[in-house]
Ligand binder design. Sequence first.
Ligand code: LER
Ligand code: MN
Length: 271
Amino acid sequence: MKSCITISLVEEARGGPFVLWDGLEKSIALAGELGYDAVEIFAPGPEVIDAEALRAMLEAANLKLAALGTGAGWVKHRLQLADPEAGKREEARAFVRSIIDCAGQFGAAAIIGSMQGPSGQTGDSDIARGYLCEALEDGGSHAAQYNVPLIYEPLNRYETQQCCTVEEGVSMLESLSTDNVRLLCDLFHMNIEEADIAKALLHGGKWVGHIHFVDSNRRPVGLGHMKYGPIIDALRKIDYQGYLCAEAFPYPDAHEAARQTMRAYRYWTGN
Ligand code: LER
Ligand code: MN
């Protein structure tokens, strides 16, 4: 299991659960100094990512790009994949494809979290689910050209009514014709929705593609009441080889949150 930390470049998301906020250059340098393996970037859109400059910064800090979030599609552009209007849905899917293209050059995956929409505003959850599945088919097959999966994140009930648990996520992914979509299991959302987080990860099995590594209160790992022993055991049992990515509030501040997560990552994985 590899370590990773989130960087947000989206001003509209200030106050949100991303650790580093101080621009790409400083954030990447700090992640490198602290010994992280990779970063996950939350960007307003692909146009703000200068691929050559990013490649140079990552190389200098000995880091990989793990993933790019698509959440700004919702937070900034108010695009969601289950919008009742067909034109808006296509705009949302095009935004996701543009993030996949940007991440794909780095061998990194795009993540669909808040772009799945609160429930769609269709008022009909089956229709909203159908629109989400169309978008996952579209993004999953688009991502295949880069040999990376598309990552889908179940969220807690206060953020979506699409899929809130790993079990719901797995059955949705199994119903798709593409097999190129994987689940992002965010321990904060799981702490709200799952009866047993470790069992849910075991059920997730091969579908688990990324982890948001955070404590029960969305503070860095070790600053809440999450029980990590069974979680790490479950990830080992399913032979999870991906990232444990710090997506937490920058508490008590960004630097300390980054250091705390790295201490916890080393403690729990023995790396
Ligand atoms: C994003 O990864 C996430 O977990 C959502 O709750 C959006 O903040
Ligand atoms: Mn998350």
